[in-house]
Design a protein around this ligand. Structure first.
Ligand code: NIG
Ligand code: FE
Length: 407
């Protein structure tokens, strides 16, 4: 469907969210207006691009037609934060946490051991499974981080495998200091910012650092960010997840594209982010998975910060690929409106990846769309836990449904 040379008409769309409000009538609420909603619309996909957007009554003929039956059609979600290259799971750690143990950064080392022991093909198969889940949940653009290798070869391998599935690869050798360097942090810093960065950079667009007690401090992060920028990488920071700290301010000071987590922000952090070009990326599934207090998105939005939502898919704190879940959490528990949450999961994610081509629906843009089995985007939060994704097209090609094993 919509192969190069063929066209597909998505007809009878009840609510088309474009994130392109130009030319649309003013809505009562600014957050809703920002979605650029068109009612009773139609869209034509051709050659992997959006060929036409307009009223259903004026829809042109196409090679194939889907009657959307008044349902909502959205831009594909943009997941700007995902750790997909790993082996093993940490279900036991999760269960222990749910019986009262606190989350600590040390759990990362468990996944590092499993990841190092896995073959390329094992890692590749795990990545493919998670990418399949992301696509079926409506994510059409996603970032993938390394960070569970933490040797020169294992980090380069993780970035290389990530580059097989996305252009948005992030080098996260600065996830934790691995056990073999526990007695020599300076030695690991030298390795990280020297040979490891050099080996990973050819496969990566971004570098990231986990600034947290138990991970890296401000001085260490500063060195990594400087060296990564000098190596031509864009910057991202895991900031203020487990407690207050310097991560968000550091991200803004280094011109990072995104400060991620932002669970514990001071007033100054919020002002700094709002005045910077750094997006505040919120990862509510990590709070869910660690039974932690959720960040207050309202404070960031009120201050004028750009907010993105992402899954943070990882085996430790947030083992989910569901952007609809993140949207529902953001609305119910982080004081976002449904419109703000949808914008953050699409256009916000694109801003966090400094991408202007995705996260909205415009003629000549990529044909990345999600059809909901619901009349409105509001249902994503209003009907939590219900699989409302009826169809996903990525670059005009329909994402196949999950093939389940025969019983
Ligand atoms: O984003 N915060 C750092 N990294 C992951 C957790 C990693 C882990 O526990 O494996 C996160 O939550
Ligand atoms: Fe993360």
């Amino acid at each position: 469907m919509s192969r190069p040379g063929t066209s597909l008409l998505l007809d009878n769309v009840g609510e088309l969210v474009t994130n392109d409000p130009e030319g649309t009538a003013p809505a009562d609420d600014r957050d809703v207006w920002a979605l650029g909603v068109r009612r009773d619309a139609a869209v034509v996909l051709a050659g992997g691009r959006i060929a036409w957007i307009g009223p259903a009554s004026a829809a042109p003929a196409a090679d194939a037609r889907v009657d959307c039956g008044g349902r909502a059609l959205l831009p594909g979600f943009v997941d700007s934060h995902a750790h997909l290259v790993f082996a093993g799971d940490r279900a036991r750690e999760y269960a222990a946490r749910m019986s009262g143990r606190r989350y600590a950064t040390g759990g990362i080392r468990t996944t590092v051991a499993s990841t190092r022991a896995a073959s390329d093909d094992e890692l590749r198969a795990n990545v493919a499974d998670l990418v399949g889940e992301l696509l079926r949940s409506g994510v059409t653009t996603f970032e993938v981080k390394s960070g569970y290798g933490l040797t020169v070869d294992d980090e380069a391998r993780s970035c290389r495998l990530a580059a097989e599935v996305t252009d948005e690869v992030t080098f996260l050798g600065a996830h934790v200091v691995p056990p073999e360097w526990a007695g020599d942090r300076g030695g690991y810093l030298d390795l990280l910012t020297g040979p490891m960065l050099a080996a990973a950079a050819p496969f990566a667009r971004w570098a990231d650092v986990f600034v947290e007690r138990g991970a890296f401090d401000a001085v260490e992060a500063h060195v990594l960010l400087e060296r990564a920028a000098a190596a031509g990488l864009g910057l991202r920071v895991h900031a203020n997840q487990l407690g207050p700290g310097p991560g968000a301010a550091l991200a803004a000071a280094h011109g990072a594209a995104s400060a991620d987590h932002c669970t514990h922000l001071s007033r100054t952090d919020i002002r700094t982010l709002a005045e910077s070009g750094t997006v505040a990326t919120l990862l509510p599934a990590a709070e869910l998975g660690t039974r932690s207090a959720f960040p207050d998105a309202r404070r960031l939005l009120r201050a004028g910060a750009t907010v993105a939502l992402a899954t943070d898919c990882n085996p430790g704190t947030s083992y989910t690929t569901s952007m609809p879940l993140c949207i529902a959490l953001a609305v119910s528990l982080m004081r976002m409106t449904p419109a703000e949450a949808l914008w953050a999961a699409t256009a916000g994610g694109a801003a966090a990846l400094r991408r202007s081509d995705v996260g909205h629906l415009v003629v000549d843009g990529p044909a990345d769309v999600v059809l909901l089995d619901a009349p409105s985007h509001v249902h994503l939060a209003y009907r939590p836990g219900v699989d409302l994704v009826a169809g996903v097209w990525r670059a005009g090609t329909r994402v196949p449904p999950r093939s389940r094993l025969e019983p």
